[in-house]
Design a protein around this ligand. Sequence first.
Ligand SMILES: *[C@@H]1O[C@H](CO)[C@@H](O)[C@H](O)[C@H]1NC(C)=O
Ligand SMILES: *[C@@H]1O[C@H](CO)[C@@H](O)[C@H](O)[C@H]1NC(C)=O
Ligand SMILES: *[C@@H]1O[C@H](CO)[C@@H](O)[C@H](O)[C@H]1NC(C)=O
Ligand SMILES: *[C@@H]1O[C@H](CO)[C@@H](O)[C@H](O)[C@H]1NC(C)=O
Ligand SMILES: *[C@@H]1O[C@H](CO)[C@@H](O)[C@H](O)[C@H]1NC(C)=O
Ligand SMILES: *[C@@H]1O[C@H](CO)[C@@H](O)[C@H](O)[C@H]1NC(C)=O
Ligand SMILES: CC(=O)N[C@H]1CO[C@H](CO)[C@@H](O)[C@@H]1O
Length: 507
Amino acid sequence: MQAFFIMLFNYLLIIVLAIGHSDAFTRNDFPEDFLFGAATSAYQWEGAVDEDGRTPSVWDTFSHSSNLGNGDIACDGYHKYKEDVMLMAEMGLEAFRFSISWTRLLPNGRGPINPKGLLFYKNLIKELRTHGIEPHVTLYHYDLPQTFEDEYGGWLNRKIIEDFTAFADVCFREFGDDVKLWTTINEATIFAISSYSDGFAPPGHCSSSTFFNCSTGNSSTEPYIAGHNMLLAHASASKLYKLKYKNKQRGSIGFSIYAFGLTPYSNSKEDEIATQRAKDFLFGWMLKPLVFGDYPNEMKRILGSRLPVFSEEESELVKGSSDFIGIIYYVTVYVKNSNPTPSLLPRRQDFYTDMGAVTIFMGNSTFFEWDAIPWGLESVLEYMKQSYNNPPVYILENGRAMKHGSTLQDTPRIEYIQAYIGAVLNAIKNGSDTRGYFVWSMIDVYELLSGYMYSYGMYDVNFSDPGLKRSPKLSASWYTGFLNGTVDVHPQAISTLERNISGYSSF
Ligand SMILES: *[C@@H]1O[C@H](CO)[C@@H](O)[C@H](O)[C@H]1NC(C)=O
Ligand SMILES: *[C@@H]1O[C@H](CO)[C@@H](O)[C@H](O)[C@H]1NC(C)=O
Ligand SMILES: *[C@@H]1O[C@H](CO)[C@@H](O)[C@H](O)[C@H]1NC(C)=O
Ligand SMILES: *[C@@H]1O[C@H](CO)[C@@H](O)[C@H](O)[C@H]1NC(C)=O
Ligand SMILES: *[C@@H]1O[C@H](CO)[C@@H](O)[C@H](O)[C@H]1NC(C)=O
Ligand SMILES: *[C@@H]1O[C@H](CO)[C@@H](O)[C@H](O)[C@H]1NC(C)=O
Ligand SMILES: CC(=O)N[C@H]1CO[C@H](CO)[C@@H](O)[C@@H]1O
């Protein structure tokens, strides 16, 4: 490792000299209370799906009907949490983001608490605190109790608001003395789209199309209904926190969205307008209600009665209900206008046809192995600042997949992460209120879209090894060095990647 850092240092030095610039940065250029961490989620990390009283979630059901493997064992974080927290401490992580498995804590979805589930999360949180690692807890990460999907259709039914709030109540009460950062719902925008329009995330609803077959769903209505209920469930949990816990526990509660960097495909008027529309659909859809109390006018115009309506009371409830906005960021895309074209094949009406635009990945986009396009994230943070009153922001996920098990020398991942950390610093310097950055993922986990084929971890897991042996990748050492101030980063050295297409693909 030592040798590598000397080499890396020389390399950076050469580039610095070549460019004749010296705006390298280190951890210390960020505010002291800024949090650098890494993330996982319950179903992807814990395993132990039928142990100690846990019952199935829609993700268990979904993964067992796919050919991407499942999270039955995953990293076995449920049993190995102490070992993993030790690795986090060695890495110098300041924060760890994880989620609580609803059905581990409340096996019936509601009602009696499972004492063993409760103990697991108490122990995990205690272990983190003992090592000085700040927990950031996500309440919902794709794992609805299957029983609620069966009983009333899950997120499509307003009953979810009450059940989610009751689950949140248990979490605040039991863990809130030690947890100061809560995210209610993970990447709500892409969750609603991929679970209810595209059908490729649990519970896997869509109108069937040439490419996807879902056993149930309606892509032209369900994403908006589910999205509406997510906003209301979040707002209801947030209200409860403020009334019952905030004074004493002094934490913050936020909502999170998936954010694409968006830029017009061409300089045509159509693509420019399409990009504006895409911002309304992909950001405004959830941010406008949270900040201003209602959906964007453009969405109301296009969707008509398919877009649920906030009552005055609901609008007041949702507005201002998020102390911060969580951002999940991976890719920057071109936006190209798409006119509904008459076609021989019946075309599915879904979220993207409503948006009237296609997204084209920028950079060399072999699927999952994205290039860093740091100005994409910078532009998102700038847009949030200018259009949504500069809310406090946490980057809750950002990271780079590579073929699992291919190498421990994950230089492309390091380049990606440091480029985006640089983007965050630039945005902060220009006034963005960004307060934290989490690498996805702390360790190789079961991935939603790629199973065990591609992974994002800074620690490798040998999934064929019965002991699920963990090994650090180069990125883990890099992050350690960055966090302890011995590695500095020169943005120009790595942002030669910026701009321009050479790959093409689209959702
Ligand atoms: C979708 O389901 C229908 C009926 O079950 C089947 O005939 C068709 O082949 C399926 N299409 C795809 C793409 O799987
Ligand atoms: C979806 O719902 C709308 C509104 O209820 C209805 O008009 C449409 O036929 C449904 N589409 C599908 C594919 O079921
Ligand atoms: C795309 O890949 C090629 C070859 O690996 C590389 O030279 C080029 O810099 C990459 N482009 C971007 C935008 O990363
Ligand atoms: C920096 O902020 C100012 C004021 O909000 C804005 O006008 C400018 O475009 C921003 N610069 C960048 C590079 O985003
Ligand atoms: C993973 O574990 C298996 C079983 O213990 C072992 O045979 C294999 O060599 C390991 N793979 C690596 C890359 O260490
Ligand atoms: C800082 O991180 C580097 C890189 O992993 C490591 O070699 C070094 O021991 C660390 N230094 C301190 C003071 O923790
Ligand atoms: C934004 C940008 O630089 N676009 C260029 C990308 O490359 C193509 C040719 O491959 C040019 O036509 C674009 O202008």
